[in-house]
Design a protein around this ligand. Structure first.
Ligand code: AMP
Length: 278
């Protein structure tokens, strides 16, 4: 496995004869990321992982400076799963000048949910992903369904710009107690780590109720929010949305097979997100 830090070195390593698959990450890898690498292997011949903590994704009060950076360990993990090439540019390489050209996604999809609580977040995501796509020019790019809204926005981005690649969504990888794996789980203290599973428990309960025929999504959302707040969480949202456009389902609309329940909540200092398709 080769590790490159510049766009020039990256381009020199890209194979023109094989199908290229990109897995964009911010590093501090865990098993969830490695599943994306496994899936990438099945979709093409040259697997490229990018590792870049993108400043554009972080608001001034967020955790850009303390976001864990573990390049050496990440590379060992990637090599052990058959990644071919790692692109780990520094900020000066990817943003030699301030990035004044940006990709602004459709507000209807990007200013809701995560975009509501983190204004500009998806502009940061789309801008850096567009740049990574233009550096790597992959045939396929893999995104985790853990970041459900991000995955849907990527599908729309590729579709609207007619980018010549396929987006593949990888199902969320969870710990045994149901907690979705995330680099930010490392911020949880041992007590918080035990409590953190409560978030996916609430999502499961809503999903099961809807699959069993419940239709009152507002009550289910309110009950889950109340339970989590009573357990010490600070809930940003727990909400049932349509899978494709992330809008609330209309009254009478089919829920099972068509919706996803999404949540974001803070446990202590740590903000976690999760979702479950219904
Ligand atoms: P990040 O480094 O957190 O930006 O994540 C890089 C990619 O890995 C994104 O597409 C995430 O959605 C995906 N990812 C992160 N955690 C998980 C998980 N637990 N299961 C599946 N995909 C994940």
């Amino acid at each position: 496995m080769k590790v490159v830090h510049t766009i020039a070195d990256l381009r020199a390593q890209l194979s023109n004869r094989s199908k290229r698959v990109l897995v964009p990450t911010m590093g501090n890898l865990h098993e969830g990321h490695l599943r994306l690498i496994d899936t990438a292997r099945r979709h093409g011949e040259q697997v490229i992982a990018s590792i870049f903590v993108n400043r554009l994704l972080f608001a001034p009060h967020e955790d850009f400076d303390r976001y864990p950076r573990t390049l050496e360990r990440d590379c060992e993990m990637l090599a052990s799963r058959g990644c071919d090439l790692v692109f780990a540019p520094d900020e000066k390489e990817l943003y030699p000048q301030p990035q004044t050209f940006k990709v602004h996604p459709d507000p209807a999809l990007a200013d809701i949910l995560e975009g509501h609580f983190r204004p500009g977040f998806f502009t940061g995501v789309c801008t850096v992903v567009m740049k990574l796509l233009s550096c790597v020019q992959p045939d396929v790019a893999i995104f985790g369904q853990k970041d459900y809204q991000q995955w849907r926005i990527m599908e729309r981005l590729v579709n609207q710009f007619a980018l010549p690649l396929q987006i593949v969504g990888e199902p969320t990888c969870r710990a045994e107690d149901g907690l979705a794996l995330s680099s930010r789980n490392a911020y949880l203290n041992p007590t918080e780590r035990v409590q953190a599973a409560q978030l996916s428990t609430q999502l499961r309960q809503i999903a099961e109720a809807l699959r069993s025929g419940a239709t009152d999504t507002s009550t289910l959302e309110a009950q889950a929010t109340q339970t989590l707040n009573d357990q010490g969480w600070k809930v940003d949202y727990v909400t049932v949305r349509r899978r494709m456009d992330l809008l609330p389902p209309a009254p009478g609309e089919a829920l099972a097979g068509a919706c996803v329940v999404l949540a974001a909540a803070r446990m202590g200092q740590t903000r976690l997100i999760d979702n479950l398709e219904v």
